[in-house]
Design a protein around this ligand. Structure first.
Ligand SMILES: Cc1cc2nc3c(=O)[nH]c(=O)nc-3n(C[C@H](O)[C@H](O)[C@H](O)COP(=O)(O)OP(=O)(O)OC[C@H]3O[C@@H](n4cnc5c(N)ncnc54)[C@H](O)[C@@H]3O)c2cc1C
Length: 511
């Protein structure tokens, strides 16, 4: 007997119909939020042109450009505070190709070098079309940030990592580390809003929120998007929201932008989709990072990509003296170049070593006294004794340290080509082992997986087609950040840039 087939529209329509009338709270916290059928909506409580869910960098950038595109824009935010994880962040934006700030500080850069660095940094099959558009428009995007009031200081920092100083430009990735320094011309691309002491995200969001307000974007706090509303042809035209316990329906005539962030605080989702991140000790995001935007999109048929990938770091520097130490696995074998960007080592530890790793140092490369982020495992006067005390297989750590020292004394690192300035033999007692494992050290993580979108930030369904009326950006989507994450600033850069694409295209969607 031939099998009965069901086409996708019928399937979507039947999913929507069966969901109509289901209470908002009836879903598992890791499940999808099946879209509601528009026929079940008797009255729209609010009508706008463009509705944005989420008030972080992606949502507010979308709102600004949608408003500039002539649309009435309403932003709803689940929490009592606007700004999302973006406001908690360092605010670093990865920009290049010759931005006004790079030029003012005397650095030359090209779109090609920037593209090459992002596209070919050890990641498997990244979204090349998105990377290309991002790099080609990076100079203009930086100007857009400045035009929206984000201040940058004409000061460069040559320190490794985001400093507590007032510099607005630094090398935020592994550009100067091997193999990248040989493959594409390095340039500093970490652009930090001018605010002292890791407060760049606060500064970024203060400026963008002020700009949105000036343009007439409306914002509503403590309003949680719960489910999308779809027409029988699959078009998304509205959203059911929870306003302080009351359910309301919002119609969006031109489009809806999902910008609700990732899902690191939805532990069931993390266990299901990104198990490697589950044991990382510090879920790093604001409290709204619950995956609701991803669930809403999936409930309207959207595909979700790279859900297992994420940012995961247990930094060994600053200070820079520690870079002369080595990171090893439980077999005492060295893992990677210690001078690379934190998330490159984090990726090796989290995804390739079952989350287990150790840091080996001597007196000169020791961690700062009083910094207990990484627990001390063992201390000894010889490497042999250290190996025994820490429980490495007999001879393994001695072999790794001897090999490393033999070449380091000549300024060489045949294995990972660590820069000369970070190479010195590990030969001054006391020797120490610190735990770098994801569940033992302070290990920050957040998610990269999310809805499938195209370069215009339109959401793509599981059949590979655009879902009319639905847009998404930021960590609600699978965008530029993938594992390994190769530079600070790629996430907020992606959020602001593809948020803008979403806003522009939603505003222009008058079909
Ligand atoms: C301490 C820290 C430092 C960081 N530093 C950097 C950095 O310097 N550079 C960089 O690139 N990345 C950095 N990151 C990562 C970066 O902050 C995030 O990836 C990025 O801000 C995500 O932005 P977003 O707009 O997608 O989401 P968010 O900024 O998190 O905004 C999403 C908003 O949606 C709201 N929301 C959730 N569900 C709903 C719903 N159902 N309805 C309505 N609203 C909802 C949330 O409450 C939240 O306010 C850092 C992260 C942390 C935690």
């Amino acid at each position: 007997m031939p099998e009965k087939t069901i086409d996708r529209r019928t399937l979507l329509a039947s999913l929507a119909t069966s969901a109509a009338g289901v209470a908002l709270s009836q879903h598992s916290s890791a499940g999808t939020r099946v879209a509601a059928d528009s026929h079940g909506i008797k009255n729209w409580d609010i009508i706008t042109d463009v509705l944005v869910a989420g008030s972080g960098a992606a949502g507010i950038s979308a709102a600004i450009d949608a408003r500039r595109g002539g649309a009435d824009v309403l932003v709803v935010e689940k929490l009592n505070k606007l700004g999302g994880s973006s406001a908690l962040s360092g605010g670093v934006i990865y920009a290049g190709g010759g931005t006004a700030l790079q030029k003012a500080l005397g650095f030359t850069d090209s779109v090609e070098s920037m593209y090459h660095y992002i596209a070919h940094s050890g990641r498997k099959h990244p979204h090349l079309d998105k990377i290309q558009r991002y790099c080609e428009q990076s100079v203009a995007h930086f100007d857009w940030l400045v035009d929206n009031g984000v201040p940058y200081n004409k000061l460069f920092s040559d320190g490794k990592g985001l400093g507590f100083d007032e510099a607005s430009l630094y090398y935020s990735g592994s550009e100067e580390a091997w193999p990248w320094r040989d493959e594409c011309r390095p340039a500093p691309r970490g652009h930090v809003p001018w605010e002292k002491g890791h407060q760049g995200g606060k500064r970024l969001m203060r400026s963008l929120l002020a700009s949105a307000k000036k343009l007439g974007v409306k914002t509503q706090k403590r309003v949680s998007g719960e489910r999308l509303v779809v027409e029988s042809d699959g078009r998304v035209t509205g959203m059911l929201v929870d306003i302080r316990g009351e359910r309301m329906a919002i119609k969006a005539k031109r489009g809806i932008v999902l910008a609700c962030g990732g899902f690191i605080h939805n532990r069931e989702m993390v266990k299901l989709y990104a198990p490697e991140l589950y044991d990382c000790s510090v879920p790093w995001a604001n409290a709204g990072d619950l995956g609701i935007g991803i669930q809403m999109g999936m409930g309207a048929g959207a595909g979700a990509l790279r859900m297992d990938q994420g940012f995961a770091i247990g930094p060994i520097y600053p200070p820079e003296n520690t870079i002369a130490g080595i990171a090893v696995n439980q077999m005492g074998q060295r893992l990677t170049s210690e001078e690379g960007y934190h998330a490159v080592m984090g990726n090796v530890v989290t995804y390739k070593q079952d989350g287990i790793a150790y840091f080996i140092c001597d007196k000169d490369s020791d961690r700062p006294q009083g910094d207990d982020n990484q627990p001390l495992v063992a201390k000894a006067n010889t490497i042999k004794e250290l190996e025994q005390k820490a429980g490495f297989p007999v001879g393994s750590l001695q072999m790794s340290v001897n090999y490393y020292n033999e070449h380091a004394k000549n300024g060489e690192d045949p294995m990972f080509h660590k820069s000369k300035k970070y190479l010195s033999p590990i030969d001054k007692p006391p020797f120490k082992v610190y735990d770098l494992s994801v569940d033992k050290t302070m290990y920050s993580s957040h998610t990269f997986g999310g809805l499938h979108t195209n370069v215009d930030s339109q959401v793509i369904n599981v059949w590979g087609e655009v879902i009319n009326g639905l847009y998404a950006a930021g960590r609600n989507t699978s965008g530029l950040p993938t594992s390994p994450y190769i530079a600070s600033g790629i996430s907020v850069g992606d959020c602001t840039f593809f948020g803008r694409q979403a806003g522009q295209h939603a505003a222009a969607n008058k079909s």
